[in-house]
Design a protein around this ligand. Structure first.
Ligand code: S3P
Length: 178
């Protein structure tokens, strides 16, 4: 008797700016695919034993980025799952190379109004405390969107039901090569 075929898929890494919906969409996508959901920010907080806002305040952004790189490198060696990465993670060249090599990367692309409306979880988003959140997000869009565009799959997220975004990702995964 032949062994049942088990669908093996690589980890799916969600990338995109703060407020793009990586965590909410990621949770639902993982449930639909029947794989675990992992939030990189939560893992960083667990490893550090404090909130992201506290890491920035006590140790600075560079220390946060070091921790983020190490935690994501560890997660990418774990069995397949849906991984929500923090908005800055993909900007790190080593993390980006690692994500592109080991996962199917999905950029949740959103426009400025959607991002501003959704950015409320401030304890994890100290970057937005540095000035006007709309201006900061617009600046980050200009800097980061060309880099996020390296993702294997790009899905536009609009202000609507998250399940519609999940459907779009599942369709795109079905069409993705490999
Ligand atoms: C950051 C995004 C945050 C968090 C940290 C830095 C960024 O994650 O990692 O505040 O540089 O864009 P989310 O994108 O999940 O909000």
């Amino acid at each position: 008797m032949s062994a049942p075929s088990i669908p093996i898929r690589p980890t799916i890494a969600l990338i995109g700016l703060m407020g793009a919906g990586k965590t909410t969409v990621g949770r639902r996508l993982a449930a639909r695919l029947g794989v675990p959901f992992v939030d990189a920010d939560t893992e960083i907080e667990a490893a550090a034993g404090c909130l992201i806002g506290e890491i920035f305040e006590l140790h600075g952004e560079a220390a946060f980025r070091d921790g983020e790189r190490r935690v994501i490198a560890r997660l990418l060696n774990e069995p397949p799952h849906v991984l929500a990465t923090g908005g800055g993670a993909f900007l790190d060249p080593r993390t980006r190379a690692n994500i592109l090599e080991k996962t199917v990367s999905v950029w949740l692309r959103a426009d400025l109004d959607v991002l501003v409306a959704r950015c409320r979880r401030r304890s994890r988003r100290p970057l937005l405390d540095r000035g006007n959140p709309r201006e900061i997000l617009a600046d980050l869009m200009a800097k980061r969107y060309p880099v996020y565009a390296e993702a294997a799959i790009i899905v536009d997220t609009v202000d609507g039901p998250h399940d519609a975004v999940v459907d779009k990702i599942i369709d795109a995964l079905a069409e993705a090569p490999g």
